[in-house]
Design a protein around this ligand. Structure first.
Ligand SMILES: CC(C)(COP(=O)(O)OP(=O)(O)OC[C@H]1O[C@@H](n2cnc3c(N)ncnc32)[C@H](O)[C@@H]1OP(=O)(O)O)[C@@H](O)C(=O)NCCC(=O)NCCS
Length: 435
């Protein structure tokens, strides 16, 4: 059964970025069976989607293609990377920063550096440097200083048309161009490179002058010093994020300033974003165990500051709201933490937190104070087990000895005590549940 369907178009008007991003995530999902779907196929697809199985579903609008994909692959997760898509219900959506209603999406991936969960309060979101969907080659060996040429790239199709003027400003330094369309400037041109080929090209360049698009993030992941050029409106947030990390960023047209700027390697990401996103794409979705959104901040704070919760925790002081918001922001963007809210009878019944550790995923559980003592803890742990089976090898729970309700709860759910160890001075037992 097809597990994930990736929907994107690529052409000279839209560029190739959507194809490249979806390919990165799809490859990270394999060996799970995936399908790539587009409205019309051209040379960009042949290059970016190369060995990935794809289907062409021609339609006047991308929403019609999405509807057809839902019909053909009813159980599959849709991953949509398209500015014009509006039918986003239940899908993983890659956001470009253009305003549109994302509320129906199951998860929004916003790779712009500097993105915050508060930018998308009504929907689960991950984003920022740890979540940039790059191809595997970009988590390989880092760039080292060298005397190679400069790499110049303003998008696969030079949509802004600025390449000749940029090259003129940069002459006479040694340069090589990355573009699908040779502008005839008498310089070496690279086109349709495989993933490894592009990563190798970046590694042997002394620096890069590139549009503030995926290529800038590819440079960043390898540690290549770069100067970024904003060539389209939808690059504004990525450009701002690069700038706040110290990368010189200029609008297209400022060729003189670009030519004299000193390139900077920002070291924002580690190139593993595609693997992280793939995990989210393939994980089960349970109607009654929903990922936390920014809009849940005050509900979680109320539960966390309930006296019973504080007394059972390993740090017992009440939590101030600004501290909670900082914690929530970091937690929602974290590659190693998951927060969920469990639901029953249309009501939120409590929250579970999972933290990836080498020992397993460490569970934290809080039942809504007004719901305690009615089996809600058991329900939450059952939901968690159903969600985690197949995605997490082991659940781990630390419980204080003076929390009999919690001890009974975890024992009844099949968690086995493995060792005693005090945490913050509180005697506690570590439990395992192997899945
Ligand atoms: C601990 C907590 C998660 C339990 O959830 P709950 O929904 O209230 O628990 P349940 O109703 O499912 O009951 C769990 C078991 O504990 C028992 N129990 C409940 N309160 C108890 C108490 N004060 N003393 C002893 N046992 C108690 C219940 O009888 C039940 O046992 P049983 O299944 O053998 O009958 C919840 O009370 C809570 O959120 N507490 C604050 C935060 C916390 O302690 N988190 C756990 C940190 S490890």
């Amino acid at each position: 059964m097809i597990r994930a369907v990736f929907i994107a178009d690529g052409n000279p008007r839209l560029g190739a970025g959507h194809l490249v991003r979806t390919a990165a995530i799809a490859r990270a999902c394999q060996p799970a069976p995936v399908r790539m779907v587009t409205r019309e196929v051209n040379a960009l697809h042949a290059w970016a989607w190369a060995d990935l199985p794809h289907e062409v579903l021609p339609a006047a609008t991308i929403d019609q293609t999405i509807a057809e994909a839902r019909r053909r692959w009813p159980g599959a997760r849709l991953v949509i990377d398209h500015y014009e898509a509006r039918d986003l219900a239940g899908a993983v959506v890659l956001d470009d920063g253009l305003p549109r209603d994302l509320a129906a999406a199951a998860l929004v991936i916003d790779p712009a550096p500097g993105v915050r969960p508060q930018d998308h309060p009504a929907v689960p979101v991950v984003g920022g440097p740890a979540w940039v969907p790059l191809r595997p080659a970009f988590s390989g060996p880092p760039w080292q200083p060298n005397d190679g040429p400069w790499l110049v790239a303003l998008g696969a199709t030079d949509h802004s048309g600025g390449l000749p003027a940029l090259v003129a400003a940069l002459r006479p330094r040694p340069m090589e161009l990355l573009t699908a369309v040779d502008p005839g400037l008498g310089l070496p041109v690279h086109a349709h490179l495989g993933d490894d080929g592009l990563a190798d090209l970046l590694r042997r360049c002394r620096g890069a002058i590139v549009s503030s698009s995926t290529i800038a993030l590819e440079c960043d992941a390898l540690g290549v010093p770069l100067v970024a050029v904003q060539t389209a409106d939808n690059q504004a947030r990525l450009a701002a994020g690069l700038q706040s990390a110290g990368v010189p960023v200029f609008p297209a047209g400022s060729w003189g300033a670009i030519a004299t700027a000193t390139p900077v390697a920002a070291h924002l990401g580690d190139g593993l974003g595609a693997q992280r996103i793939a995990r989210r794409v393939l994980e089960p979705t349970l109607e009654d165990l929903r990922p936390v959104r920014w809009a849940d901040a005050d509900l979680l704070l109320a539960w966390a500051n309930d006296p019973g919760t504080r007394a059972a925790s390993f740090t017992t002081v009440p939590i101030a709201r600004p501290d909670h918001l900082r914690w929530l922001e970091a937690s929602l963007l974290s590659p190693t933490r998951r927060l969920f809210i469990g639901w029953a009878d249309g009501q939120p019944i409590g929250t579970v937190r999972l933290d990836d550790t080498p020992e397993g995923a460490v569970v934290g559980i809080t039942v809504a104070p007004e719901q305690r003592g009615r089996g809600r803890g058991r329900q939450l742990l059952e939901l968690l087990r159903a969600w985690a089976t197949g995605s997490v090898p082991r659940l781990v729970a630390w419980v204080r000895h003076d929390n009999p309700a919690s001890l009974r709860l975890f024992h009844a759910a099949g968690y086995q005590p493995v060792r005693d160890e005090p945490i913050n001075g509180h005697p506690a037992t570590c439990h395992h549940l192997s899945l």
